[in-house]
Design a protein around this ligand. Structure first.
Ligand SMILES: [Fe+2]
Length: 297
């Protein structure tokens, strides 16, 4: 009898936690971060970091929320991949980004910009990196999506470099990015001299150690990544248990100094989840407004 009561209580607690986690997946939040990466004396620069929207055709509220972020008037918008879950949501993803396309921007893609979402065992996520889609046909309209962004002047940084002049002081900035390491598609672009650049920014979807190391070795002062979903299901007051990569789970979201360098890694916990595991626990869906400030500020 006692056992049955205990089992009943466990079931109720489980159902309540699931209900909460289903709700939390819709509590979009803006996280504000200061990143001390600019040269001394430079004026602050606002960077909006969007990641892992995983949009489906029914997620209009998320679209409106992302569109409204244009009011922050960032000087740069970066998107670190996994924009939409199925082909029928591509237009919606473009609608979400549309008000941002008037600003300078840069992007890399994640596996879910090439392959639509498929049903996997959600528990597998807790026991190491998930499969990286090796044998499937690419079934998303990747090139059509890419074209809209590049025609707006955004830098496509999938194994590529870019340059822009950032903020009111037109700070010479070099950009470098990698295609998704979760798919093993990351190849460093040819080396260049950054002697004219006041700042180097790196982008990659999945923050595998080798990828962040290579971007930092290429002099990126700040590397921006997504993919982890901040662990997606964390423990309250403890945080992420996994990063879905070889990155330590404690780095699965937020800004952290990279090893013993002067560089930083910023991981966005992202705005979505796989449509087949639409839960988040102790890990709100987020966009980040990163204010770049001088390192000595
Ligand atoms: Fe993702």
């Amino acid at each position: 009898m006692k056992l049955r009561r205990l089992a009943g209580a466990g079931l109720i607690a489980g159902a309540a936690t699931l209900g909460y986690a289903l709700a939390e997946a819709h509590w979009y939040t803006l996280r504000r971060v200061l990143a001390p990466v600019l040269p001394a004396g430079a004026r602050p620069i606002k960077v909006l970091h969007l990641s892992d929207m995983h949009l489906t055709a029914r997620q209009r509220r998320k679209v409106e929320w992302v569109k409204a972020l244009a009011a922050l008037e960032p000087e740069l918008v970066v998107v670190t991949g996994d924009n939409y879950a199925f082909a029928d949501a591509m237009e919606l993803a473009l609608e979400a980004l549309e008000p941002h396309l008037a600003r300078p921007g840069a992007f890399v893609f994640g596996s879910n910009d090439y392959y639509s979402a498929i049903l996997k065992n959600p528990a597998a996520y807790l026991f190491g990196p998930t499969d990286s889609e090796p044998e499937r046909q690419r079934d998303l309209p990747t090139e059509a999506f890419r074209q809209v962004l590049t025609r707006a002047g955004w830098s496509d940084l999938n194994n590529a470099r870019g340059q822009l002049e950032l903020g009111p002081e037109r700070l010479a900035t070099d950009l470098v990015g990698l295609a998704d390491p979760h798919l093993d598609w990351d190849r460093m672009p040819d080396p260049v001299s950054h002697s004219q650049a006041a700042l180097v920014l790196g982008l990659v979807h999945a923050p595998y150690l080798r990828a962040v190391d290579r971007l930092v070795a290429d002099q990126a002062r700040l590397v921006l990544a997504g993919h982890t979903h901040g662990g997606q299901v964390g423990l309250p007051l403890y945080g992420a248990l996994v990063s879905n990569s070889d990155l330590p789970a404690r780095l699965a979201a937020g800004l952290h100094r990279w090893r013993s360098t002067d560089s930083f890694l910023h991981v966005s916990a992202g705005l979505g989840t796989s449509p087949y595991a639409p839960v988040r626990l102790a890990c709100r869906p987020e966009a980040s407004l990163i204010t770049l400030v001088p390192a000595d500020a």
